[in-house]
Design a binder for this molecule. Structure first.
Ligand code: HEM
Length: 711
């Protein structure tokens, strides 16, 4: 999830408040007066400082900030408002009820089908009031009651047992494996509209899941759990499957920070079916919206700092216009294309070999270890340098350690700021800085100071023609070459801001994915052994040392299947794909979605559903090997192989530009550790015992692991 953060350094006149700030001011002045003002080719420029970051790539809104006092004061008012202001999509209540011919017990009889789309404010109120009442009384939310009417327990249907329509989600007929099973007829008899349709008895309309509206209030959306009845958002791995169980395969909920800006309830449509999501993707046009845009705290800080990348009238990189496209094109060149990303892999292997030596000594704090690994690895992509921060036994530049710390806090806090109603009210609306906002700012300052210093030193070396071959293979070297060639379309200041943003964004995102993968290896000794055998075999030709080719899918299919399975079971971002509808015509599951609406694809829940994945809580990389994928082809289960579900980086033109490099980093560090050590998790026997938290991405709280060197 992921949000993009851009960072900037404050302009000199903003930094006046403390001795510390004065130090930064001098440093920045140096930067400004040195290489960023003069390129090797003698091109004068206006650069001073700046940067950009991809902050949290996570899509899950945290629960309402505890300190959101004002929101609680407003709640009675909001409740009142919600009663007098018609909801935007209430027609769907009628739509569902009328199409199904069911009459939910909590509403007055629906109008006849012909009138079902002609919703009125009065009708809306008639529907809404019982929802709120039921929720306040602690009863199941309205939508879940409705779901119960429609659902059928697929697993019991498959087993040929008693059919229980009360718990399973409704789903599209073509995505439901049971539709093809012998139990379909029995399911139809029991009233399941999906199976009834298969049996030829129901109108076409019921083949689509009906839109369910989760109760939502202006301002807070569905975050007030006592009102909306949603599960705990702090536990995303249970939240999304539970939402699906309660509300089915197509529902709306209010998600401040992610939902549609023009809707006070922050309405987000949530779909399961990637084919429906494809329609949204195709509609996104040349200037799509992105998750990163929600990181208003970081963008605000950047703007105050005079970042050029966000100072354009159309919002620049934080916007959706020509300037986003221009800057984005520059950033992703030499980074996103598979060939470009592959070009950095030999450097990643070198870094991983050094970093792996530090694993045993870091066992007590493996989260921090993987943050340092991520820093070391992306630094070699950016600068072609070996930072060696991950191995505590080698001399380490304290500046680098501080950068890693500040990047984690800065990005993590930036994500919290963008999700906090208190910060939105005080900082965004009233211009009053909160403690949390200042924490973010201070750490971004540190990151900028250190990161821009590194960029400066690289430019100095380049100026003096002192770079070695590995450094000349770096992203930054190529970016500067592109800039100087005059074909990049960006200013030098923009180029440097974006490069800085890359190193900042790369720490606290990739580290989470590394942690989950290594944890799964530790918890599954037999699988780890199989992976070790595959890697040893692939690396044998090179004396047992990894090569770029040894990591290819053709040489190491089990490695790729392993990473895919880790993503299925413990994604760092369960909902990575969130797009805004950019057309007036778009229909999802037969419903026309208003232009500008946010639509999210729940890429996680299907992967936890026994109808799609056998024994979903067990870690089985074999599921993703070619023969297993082939065996699913032509069956309803093939939905799980849809490209939308394969990684946590989103899709389309706004997809994470660091995604390919990040995936390579994960594969390389996992492989190196498994080649070097037998990894075990003493005292932890199952993934269910490991707690996790929503930081920038979802991270495991890694238990102590044992790294036993292999002979
Ligand atoms: C496992 C690690 C990572 C994950 C899970 C991740 C995930 C994401 C996601 C989900 C998005 C939003 C895409 C959208 O709006 O459709 C995103 C955006 C972004 N990410 Fe990452 N990311 C990771 C690593 C990185 C790295 C290493 C970089 C360094 C270049 C990076 C830079 C960015 C940037 C600049 C954006 C904003 C793109 C835009 O708005 O055009 N990310 N990331």
């Amino acid at each position: 999830m992921e949000l993009l953060i851009s960072l900037s350094s404050p302009p000199l006149h903003h930094i006046t408040s403390s001795a510390n700030s004065n130090r930064k001011q001098i440093n920045r002045q140096n930067i400004k007066g040195r290489a960023w003002g003069t390129t090797r080719g003698g091109v004068a420029h206006r650069a001073s400082h700046g940067g950009r970051v991809s902050p949290s790539c996570s899509t899950v809104v945290k629960k309402m900030d505890r300190s959101t006092g004002p929101a609680f004061v407003l709640v009675p008012l909001l409740l009142f408002w919600s009663r007098i202001k018609p909801k935007a999509h209430c027609r769907h209540y009628y739509y569902s009820a009328s199409v199904l011919g069911k009459e939910p017990p909590y509403i007055a009889p629906p109008p006849p089908p012909a009138a079902s789309t002609m919703i009125t404010a009065a009708a809306s109120r008639a529907l809404r009031a019982p929802v709120a009442r039921a929720a306040r009384n602690g009863a199941a939310p309205l939508a879940s009651s409705r779901t119960a009417v429609l659902s059928i327990s697929a697993s019991s249907a498959l087993a040929g047992g008693t059919i229980d329509c009360s718990s399973a989600p409704r789903r599209h007929k073509s995505t439901c494996p049971h539709a093809a099973s012998a139990a379909a007829a029995a399911a139809a008899d029991a009233g399941c509209p999906v199976h009834a349709d298969k049996a030829g008895g129901a109108p076409d309309d019921v083949s689509h899941p009906k839109l369910v509206e989760v109760p939502s209030l202006p301002g807070v959306g569905s975050l007030l759990r006592s009102y909306s009845g949603i599960p705990d958002l702090e536990k995303p791995y249970t939240f999304w499957p539970e939402m699906r169980r309660q509300h089915g395969d197509f529902y709306t909920m209010g998600m401040p920070g992610l939902g549609s800006e023009d809707c006070s309830r922050h309405t987000c449509y949530v779909v399961q079916d990637p084919r429906e999501m494809m329609k949204v993707l195709r509609s996104e046009g040349s200037y799509p919206s992105g998750l990163a845009q929600g990181s208003w705290g970081i963008f605000r800080w950047e703007k105050e700092a005079g970042f050029e990348t966000v100072s354009h009238a159309d919002g620049g990189f934080a916007g959706q216009g020509e300037n986003w496209k221009r800057i984005r094109t520059f950033m992703q060149t030499d980074l996103l294309h598979p060939t470009a990303a592959r070009g950095y892999t030999s450097g990643l292997i070198e870094v991983a070999q050094l970093a792996a030596r530090g694993a045993p000594a870091s066992a007590a704090d493996l989260n921090a270890y993987f943050e340092r690994c991520a820093f070391d690895m992306f630094s070699t992509v950016m600068f072609g340098d070996l930072m060696e921060v991950a191995d505590p036994s080698t001399p380490t530049d304290p500046e680098d350690v501080e950068f890693v710390r500040a990047a984690k806090v800065g990005l993590g806090t930036g994500v919290k700021v963008s999700r906090s109603l208190k910060d939105a009210l005080l900082v965004k609306t009233l211009g009053i800085e909160t403690e949390q906002y200042r924490l973010m700012k201070d750490n971004l300052d540190i990151c900028w100071e250190i990161g821009s210093g590194k960029i400066q030193r690289f430019m100095d070396k380049r100026e003096k023609d002192e770079l070695n071959e590995r450094e000349k293979n770096s992203y930054l070297y190529r970016a500067l070459e592109r800039y100087e060639s005059g074909t990049s379309g960006v200013s030098l200041k923009e180029a440097l801001e974006m490069s800085w943003g890359g190193i900042f964004a790369a720490v606290d995102t990739t580290s989470g994915k590394m942690g989950w993968n290594v944890l799964h290896a530790a918890l599954n000794p037999e699988i780890q052994e199989r992976l070790h055998q595959e890697l040893s075999h692939a690396a044998a030709a090179n004396g047992g040392r990894l090569t770029v080719e040894a990591l290819d899918k053709s040489s190491a299919p089990y490695l790729h299947a392993f990473v895919r399975e880790s993503h299925r079971l413990t994604p760092v971002s369960p909902i990575a794909t969130r797009k805004c509808v950019a057309s007036d015509e778009l229909t999802i599951h037969g419903i026309t979605i208003p232009r500008g609406s946010a639509v999210m694809c729940d890429g996680y829940s299907l992967g936890q559903d026994p109808m799609y994945i056998d024994d979903p809580r067990s870690f089985q990389p074999e599921r993703w090997l070619d023969d297993a994928v082939q065996a699913r082809k032509g069956t309803p289960r093939e939905l799980i192989d849809h490209p939308f579900f394969k990684d946590p980086f989103s899709q389309g033109a706004r997809k994470c530009p660091g995604s390919r490099v990040a995936l390579n980093e994960v594969a390389v560090i996992l492989s190196q550790l498994v080649l070097d050590y037998q990894i075990t998790a003493p005292g932890t026997s199952s993934i269910e015992e490991v707690s996790y938290g929503q930081e920038t991405v979802i991270e495991p709280r890694l238990p102590r692991l044992n790294f036993e060197p292999r002979a």
